[in-house]
Design a protein around this ligand. Structure first.
Ligand code: UT7
Length: 330
């Protein structure tokens, strides 16, 4: 039966590196605090006016080259981001124009750290049903232009980085394929991690007073998000393995979302899963939300940690709340 498979991947980060010590100049924080609580040592931030679609274009061209395809071979673009270039239209449309693909369907996915997995499942469904042949699934974010880089915003600002990761997904009748993707959401907890303004539910959407109060910056109840993450991730991992007739012992590589090294270590301990089989690169990039899973996966493919025949488990958790997992035979 026709399924979908990864034909090529790409990832890109802007060249400017921002270390923990660089942040300590801007706000009351230390390399020690950030490293101990999160594992992050540095992240990449854009310089000047660079949007998510620009980072995505670099990653997309790399993925197309790896797949041996041209932009014209793409018949659907799925762009996962919480930091679109503009409020509207979506970044998928902007990326479509950058790739020179007028007329090709382009859609944004607003599912934060789980956005890439929502995109992958949508691509898989389109391909299995014959509605699309080659789907570009993108996760790309520019966080740095929207962070409060003062002591007031330090609990959030030190966590996030800019970047893009992307996969060209296409049809296959072979063994290497997306086996399954399980997705979840729980909007009751939307406000534990959100950017409140500007918003259509506020009238006016944004005022100078709101900006003075910092209501246009991300707000997070970090402890609550952490608690939910370490419960939901093991749960969805057990669930997707069980419903496909696998156990953790069958998994060669786990590529989790990169929100916090401590979350991934705690999840591994709860699962009893060996640390050396987990891909972590948050140390270099911080949390790049929708881009983190494809960036980590592509790095692991490039350095040989993921290779043909491997059973690869992708897992993500983030704002929404949203969470999910994908099982892929590489
Ligand atoms: O992908 C999106 C999903 N996001 C996540 O999964 C994030 C989940 N949460 C976390 O990773 C953790 O909650 C954080 C790393 C964000 C925070 O760690 P924590 O151990 O929960 O710290 P906390 O928020 O309870 O803050 C502890 C202390 C506070 O000071 P007091 O009240 O104890 O005096 C904070 O004000 O650390 C202070 N603090 C900082 N100090 C230095 C908060 N941010 C910083 C900072 N530098 N950047």
């Amino acid at each position: 039966m026709t399924g979908s498979t990864f034909l090529g991947m790409g990832h890109f980060v802007p060249p400017r590196v921002v270390t923990n010590n660089d942040l300590a100049v801007l706000m009351e924080t230390t390399d020690e605090w950030i490293t101990q609580r999160t594992g992050i040592k540095e992240r990449h931030w854009v310089d000047g006016d660079v949007g998510a679609s620009e980072l995505a274009e670099h990653a997309s061209r790399q993925a197309l080259a790896e797949a041996g395809l041209e932009p014209k071979d793409i018949d659907l673009i799925l762009f996962a981001t919480l930091s679109p270039d503009l409020n509207f239209p979506g970044s998928a449309c902007l990326l479509q124009a950058r790739l020179g693909l007028p007329g090709v369907a382009a859609m944004d996915i607003r599912n934060q750290c789980t956005g890439f997995l929502y995109g992958l499942k949508t691509a898989d469904a389109y391909i299995r049903s014959g509605l699309a042949k080659h789907v570009l699934v993108v996760g790309a974010e520019v966080h740095s232009t929207g962070l409060d880089v003062t002591t007031r915003g330090r609990d959030v600002a030190v966590l996030f980085g800019d970047g893009a990761g992307c996969a060209v997904v296409g049809p296959t009748d072979g063994e290497s394929r997306v086996i399954d993707t399980e997705l979840h959401a729980d909007g009751r907890f939307a406000e534990i991690l959100m950017v409140e303004a500007p918003a259509s539910r506020l009238n006016p959407r944004l005022t100078a007073e709101m900006m003075e109060q910092g209501r246009h910056y991300p707000k997070m109840d970090g402890r609550s998000v952490f608690k939910h993450a370490v419960e939901r991730l093991p749960e969805v991992i057990h669930s997707i393995l069980k419903r496909n007739g696998y156990t953790l012992a069958d998994v060669d590589v786990l590529v989790p979302h990169q929100a916090n090294l401590r979350i991934n270590e705690m999840v591994a301990r709860q699962l009893g899963f060996p640390a050396e089989k987990i891909v972590n690169n948050i140390q270099k990039y911080g949390n790049t939300t929708a881009a983190s899973i494809p960036m980590a996966l592509h790095e692991a493919v490039q350095d040989g940690r993921v290779h043909k025949g491997n059973l690869v488990l992708l897992a993500g958790f983030g704002a929404g709340l949203t969470w999910g997992a994908s099982l892929v035979r590489w």
